[in-house]
Ligand binder design. Structure first.
Ligand SMILES: [Zn+2]
Length: 419
């Protein structure tokens, strides 16, 4: 280790040990998210560091708010993952739209209920672009087909407008109901007599919306800096740290997120909680360098999830190989946690897996820290570099998580149980 390198790692360790975290939640789980947010502060430069340093405890504690919110809102869980492999097998998934609106359009179903109960289902067959980099030009088209064998081609730009004006305003309602006239206006073939009901079924979001949510959060943080809204800056930056952390976890990008499809149930917590808990303090190198400016946030967030996804096979294969060869009675151990005895992977078994993965967890951990700092920095730059020394948080923000904590106590996660 270089002396400077060593010094910074030492500083990081001091800061860490001064706030020993409770390990009562075996879930990057709570441990990893807090630590990553905390260390991201040290990637910032002198113009941002004092404000973030002054609020480091808050940013650390609230790194896990998005997980808590899964108990309170059914719309939260899908923001933490994307099941890329549900949409095919690829390295880059070029067919998966890079904006959330297009993704919804891609997999939605229009249900037209005629009077007399005859029902027609319209689905998108394909969204075509003249070239991959020209997804926003007017010559992109939507090819649709109906359950009655009809076909229809629409201009993507006008279908998007239709979606913005008619679907988005109702997106969080239980039912998205459309007026016949709104469809006729974009050239949709409807019978002369109005149908009994037209509604939308959205089939994309349930498989995860993480990269879209990252881009949306990015815009909101930038706006919070523009508005110099201290509470919002802190809250959104803390939460963004969580989602960026999740995006670095390979198992947050696959349908087989807990190894449940390959007989490896429990691998999620093993990778993102057990391994960092055991090794993060003593062996991880926390010197990740300075936050960097992100030129193209959309490509950047997609780059993170695609990289994470490229590691899924290796995560699963290594664990399987080790499980097949490691003495069976030395794989699981009993451990004391806050007075409770829990069954978890033995430290030696975990060390063997970590070694087999050649530092993957540490690499993703480090990449997440640098990424979070870079996101905060980029939003601040894009907001015109407001003087953060002028800001001081309203003390009320320190009480704001109460409702989330109440939801956690005695609540159930709405949606996928996924950290
Ligand atoms: Zn999460």
């Amino acid at each position: 280790m270089k002396p400077f390198h060593f010094l910074l790692a030492g500083v990081a360790c001091l800061i860490l040990t001064s706030a020993t975290l409770p390990l009562d939640d075996p879930q990057w789980g709570f441990f990893g998210h807090r630590r990553i947010n905390r260390l991201a502060v040290f990637t910032l430069d002198q113009e941002m560091m004092p404000f973030f340093r002054a609020n480091i405890e808050w940013l650390t504690d609230h790194a896990v708010d998005p997980d808590k919110r899964r108990y309170a809102s059914k719309f939260e869980a899908v923001r933490h993952y994307i099941d890329l492999d549900h949409w095919g097998e690829s390295k880059t998934f070029p067919d998966v739209p890079r904006t959330y609106t297009d993704a919804q359009i891609w997999k939605a179903e229009l249900v037209i209920v005629e009077k007399g109960r005859d029902t027609t289902f319209w689905k998108v067959q394909e969204i075509t672009h003249p070239a991959p980099e020209r997804r926003f030009y007017p010559d992109s088209r939507v090819q649709m087909s109906s359950s009655k064998g009809k076909r229809l081609e629409l201009q993507l730009a006008s279908y998007r407008d239709f979606w913005f004006n008619n679907v988005w305003p109702q997106f969080y309602e239980d039912r998205i109901v459309l007026s016949p006239d709104s469809l006729r206006a974009i050239g949709f073939p409807l019978p002369g007599e109005n149908p009994k009901e037209i509604y939308v079924r959205e089939h994309f979001s349930e498989f995860g919306i993480l990269p879209y949510h990252l881009e949306s959060m990015h815009k909101r943080i930038t706006q919070a800096f523009v508005d110099e809204d201290t509470d919002k800056i802190l809250r959104l930056c803390a939460e963004m740290g969580h989602y960026v952390g999740d995006a670095h976890v390979p198992l947050h990008t696959t349908e087989n997120y807990n190894g449940q499809m390959t007989g490896q149930t429990g691998i999620h917590g093993f990778w993102e909680s057990r391994i960092p808990e055991l090794f993060a303090d003593d062996t991880y190198d926390y010197f990740v360098g300075k936050a960097r400016y992100i030129e193209n946030p959309r490509d950047y967030y997609w780059g993170i999830v695609l990289k994470s996804h490229s590691l899924v096979d290796s995560v699963l294969r290594t664990e399987q190989r080790l499980r097949d060869t490691y003495p069976i009675d030395q794989q699981m151990c009993f451990d004391e946690r806050s007075g409770r005895t829990i069954k978890t992977q033995c430290a030696e078994f975990a060390a063997a897996w970590d070694k087999e993965m050649q530092g993957m967890v540490e690499e993703r951990f480090r990449a997440a820290i640098l990424s979070i700092g870079s996101v905060w920095y980029t939003c601040w730059v894009d907001a015109g570099q407001p003087d953060l020394n002028r800001l001081s948080p309203d003390p009320i923000i320190y009480a704001k998580s109460d409702t989330l904590d109440k939801a956690v106590q005695g609540g159930e996660i709405k949606g996928r149980v996924h950290d």
